[in-house]
Design a protein around this ligand. Structure first.
Ligand code: ZN
Length: 501
């Protein structure tokens, strides 16, 4: 078994090296590459992807994994070797069930669809994208059919980002969340909106970046094993546990843009930096699911850095860094401004309370399309109807309606949205457990000390990488199943105080 495990490690290590090398090329493409490099870069990425795919679908690898599945069965749950084999099986199946001919076909279609959407969106022309979206829907169903054991047509698509999550678990969870959120949002938005003009004052970009970096260093982001650059859309990428990079986007007339994207991405990055060094180079050396990943970004962005305790420590630093902008703004005014809740049209601009409604609308509509209960041609009406009923607003155009997100136009339909809201729910669940175990955390945060919270996440979430699934991780650290209660409690407490509910 020892020799076979070594061979498995070596094979998986090569695949990881190829994928990580591709990530370096993609990172460069999105941060520093001159426009002239685009064509060669596309070719180089395709070559690396092809070689990685050949290695990932090698029959000898499949045989090795199947033998090891039997031989590692007697090892205890949570054993690294056993987890490595289990995850290798998932990745191998996913790579081999889907024929290369289909992969080529869907990539080509998505590239076209994306181009059409980018132009049509500017012109607010949904009808131009409709035939492409219809084909994407067919292809998404075709993808799903490669996994005939799935309970629901959307499950294999959800599995790609949130392994183990199913429509049958996500749908009731979201229905419950929606019914609890809508009255909270109604109560908040029936009051006058917070004044957030203090955030819209001009601040030089470099000074904003420097302030953000100073803060995330305190949170625990390790610049010896990472760096921050600028890009059109903020993202986190990893080439190794010891090289996890983030990017941000700065607006000189909106302080919240760069600052909260920096703490958000730092949350993703600290997860990756915190994976056990012993897992380096294996298939376990990354976050376990989109939902758990998002729980970490949301925890540091929303629960911590939009929290009252955090600004007791950080507001004097902010005033010192930007005296002209914040010197005469009270801490309370600032705190209300960064937690302004409003019914809005655009998901990516939404506050932490209404955000989930945007996600759940998309989830329901995509599941409806996959089930055949919603035709693509009726998507704009269905979208607008849900915005009216859930958020009480009607999108004035498809551009700011069902054409606003790239996901369906530049990818498959299904599986890309649920992780955002699962992340919010999980962030509160993990935080509540951290507070139970270390009740001094809020006091530490008020003094700018984040080691306690960081260490808890390290111990219970980060170090495990992909060893445990989302459900297993939740069960291990909270002793129970996934529940929305801590998240609802968190929102009620925070916003109840802010809005006197
Ligand atoms: Zn994120």
């Amino acid at each position: 078994m020892e020799a076979k495990l070594n061979e498995l490690k070596q094979r998986l290590g090569e695949i990881a090296d190829l994928n990580n090398a591709a990530s370096v090329l993609s990172w460069d493409q999105l941060t520093h590459m001159p426009p002239g490099g685009a064509e060669a870069r596309g070719r180089q990425l395709a070559t690396l992807a092809r070689i990685a795919q050949e290695k990932q679908t090698d029959e000898a690898l499949g045989k090795l994994i199947d033998e090891l599945l039997v031989e590692t069965q007697s090892l205890p749950a949570g054993n690294v070797q056993r987890a490595m084999v289990r995850v290798a099986k998932i990745d191998f199946d996913r790579a081999t069930r889907v024929p290369p001919e289909f992969v080529a076909r869907i990539y080509q279609h998505i590239a076209q669809s994306y181009q059409v959407w980018a132009e049509a969106r500017q012109k607010n022309d949904f009808s131009a994208t409709q035939p492409y979206l219809e084909k994407t829907l067919d292809l998404s169903r075709e993808y799903s059919a490669f996994f005939p054991e799935a309970e629901h047509v959307a499950d294999p698509l959800i599995d790609q980002s949130d392994y183990g999550m199913k429509v049958s678990t996500v749908r009731p969870l979201f229905a419950e969340l929606r019914s609890r959120l809508v009255p909270i949002i109604q109560a908040i938005t029936s009051q006058p909106a917070a004044d957030d003009s203090c955030l819209k004052q001009p601040i030089p970009a470099d000074a904003q970046v420097a302030f953000g970096e100073k803060i995330i260093r305190k949170l625990g982001y390790d610049f010896e094993r990472g760096r921050q650059d600028k890009s059109a859309h903020p993202f986190t990428t990893r080439f190794s546990i010891n090289d996890v990079r983030i990017t941000t986007r700065v607006r000189e007339d909106d302080f919240s843009e760069a600052f909260f994207s920096t703490t958000h991405e730092a949350g993703h990055a600290m997860y990756e930096q915190g994976i056990d060094q012993a897992l380096e180079g294996t298939n376990l050396a990354s976050g376990t699911s989109a939902g758990v990943h998002e729980s970490q970004s949301r925890l540091w962005e929303n629960i911590v850095s939009r929290g009252k305790d955090f600004w007791i420590f950080a507001y004097p630093l902010l005033q010192e860094a930007f005296p002209a902008q914040f010197g005469n703004v009270s801490q309370d005014t600032f705190y209300r401004a960064i937690n302004k809740v409003q019914r809005s049209l655009i998901r990516t601009d939404a506050d932490e309370v209404t955000y989930n409604l945007h996600v759940m609308i998309r989830f329901d509509l995509e599941v409806g399309m996959l089930e055949g209960n919603l035709a693509v041609r009726h998507l704009p009406e269905a979208w607008n109807e849900r915005y009216r009923s859930d958020l009480g607003i009607l999108p004035p155009s498809d551009k700011d309606g069902c054409m606003q997100d790239v996901h369906w136009y530049g990818g498959t339909i299904g599986g890309a949205f649920q992780g955002y809201t699962l992340g919010n729910v999980l962030s509160a669940l993990f935080y509540r457990q951290a507070l139970k175990d270390r009740p001094g955390i809020p006091e530490e945060i008020r003094h700018g000390k984040f080691d306690g919270l960081h260490a808890w996440m390290q111990e219970h979430i980060y170090r495990h990488g992909r060893i445990f699934t989302t459900d297993e991780l939740v069960m291990r650290c909270t002793g129970g199943a996934l529940t929305i209660e801590p998240y609802i409690e968190y929102l009620k407490q925070k916003y109840g105080e802010l809005y006197d509910l």
